[in-house]
Ligand binder design. Structure first.
Ligand code: GLV
Length: 360
């Protein structure tokens, strides 16, 4: 089907990004009555699954969306599959009475304004559990990489600067036996604690809104401490808490000053938790020995002060990115859409109260 025909067959008016509109509306099963949009490229086999049930508007070319055409596209949709980079709120959905479900292919859902979606009667879902172990793996890899200065020493080697051995050559910080602090002890935090306790004999301390059961604490070798104690005692402090405006810059200048001198900060949660300029200051002063970040305040832009810091290991928000896990996430998001439209329920709802108020 030509791009023009595809575009014409959905007869969408008002889309001012012609290139985006012609490629986005690539759905083929126009006879299906339920239409869903898939905001970003996903695994072709998941698109095929979705097309067995719905008319699907895909964006396999990954064309960028401005709020207006995005909102216009969604006004023709009953459901949408989003990623954590695709915002959804009342402003985007203004006047949209058709959208019923938004399935986020992420465990975090700060791209959704959940109260606004609930008020509009839109069921929101996310993808917990399937990414827990993979995300914990990368968190632990980042901890090890920054404590042992792996990116920095590899850059040195690749630059051809390695000419001799020295006793203090890229000397890092001990991992085994050192104290791991975890801020946010949900599923992923616990999976990190398990690796630290069982694999590396690390004392684990944590702070969380609610305390774990005694049995879980014993199984993970983890002790609950106050937030200040966590900052002061951790050799490596990992952030694994969900982001919301209330915890914006929860790690600011004061908190970093409170951290143990020579310690490391690792963030696998959301960039907005860390004041990046305060982090750059703490590293420049030498108060912190290093940091590892998988997430950034203004993704995909990275604060130039962080880029200039040799002692930070950085990955482009890839903590859940193994092929198996990303496929499981995409399939769970698809399951949520399919289940919702076939049974009125979803596997992993975030605002299940919507189902009671306005069943499918
Ligand atoms: C990734 O950041 C996620 O929330 O799944």
């Amino acid at each position: 089907m030509s791009l023009e025909v595809r575009f014409a067959s959905f007869s969408l008016q008002g889309l001012n990004v012609q290139a985006a509109s012609s490629s986005f509306f690539a759905g083929s099963q126009v006879s299906k009555t339920i239409t869903i949009a898939v905001a970003r490229p996903i695994f072709p086999e998941v698109l095929t699954r979705l097309r067995e049930h719905f008319t699907v508007l895909d964006n396999q070319d990954d064309l960028p969306w401005a709020p207006e055409p995005w909102g216009q596209c969604l006004s023709r949709c009953d459901g949408v599959l989003t990623t954590m980079a695709d915002p959804l709120n009342a402003l985007i959905l203004q006047g949209n009475t058709r959208l019923k479900v938004a399935a986020n292919m992420a465990v975090g859902f700060n791209n959704f304004n959940l109260p606004e979606l609930s008020a509009l009667g839109v069921l929101a879902t996310n993808t917990p559990d399937v990414l827990t172990q993979t995300t914990a793996d990368l968190g632990f890899a980042l901890l090890m990489a920054c404590a042992r200065r792996m990116s920095e020493s590899e850059r040195y080697l690749r630059a051809g600067l390695w000419t001799s051995w020295r006793y203090d050559f890229f000397a890092g910080t001990e991992i085994h036996g050192s104290t791991l602090g975890i801020l946010g002890m949900g599923r992923i935090g616990q999976a990190v604690a398990k690796r630290a306790h069982h694999g590396f004999d690390m004392p684990v301390i944590y702070h969380n809104r609610s305390r774990l059961s005694v049995q879980t604490e014993v199984a993970l070798g983890a002790s609950f401490v106050t937030r200040d104690e966590l900052l002061e005692r951790s050799d490596h402090l990992m952030l694994v808490l969900p982001y919301s405006p209330e915890v914006h810059h929860t790690m600011g200048a004061q908190e970093m000053a409170r951290m143990k001198p020579g310690s490391h900060l690792i963030n696998i949660a959301r960039g907005g938790l860390v004041d990046e300029n305060a982090l750059a200051d703490a590293l420049e002063r030498g108060h912190l020995a290093g940091a590892a970040l998988d997430v950034f305040e203004n993704e995909p832009a990275v604060n130039p002060r962080l880029l200039a810091q040799q002692r930070i290991v950085m990955t482009p928000h890839t903590a859940s990115s193994s092929v198996q896990t990303r496929l499981a996430m995409a399939n769970l998001a698809a399951d949520n859409l399919i289940d919702y439209f076939s049974t009125g329920k979803a596997k992993t709802p975030l605002n299940a109260d919507v189902l009671v108020r306005s069943p499918a």
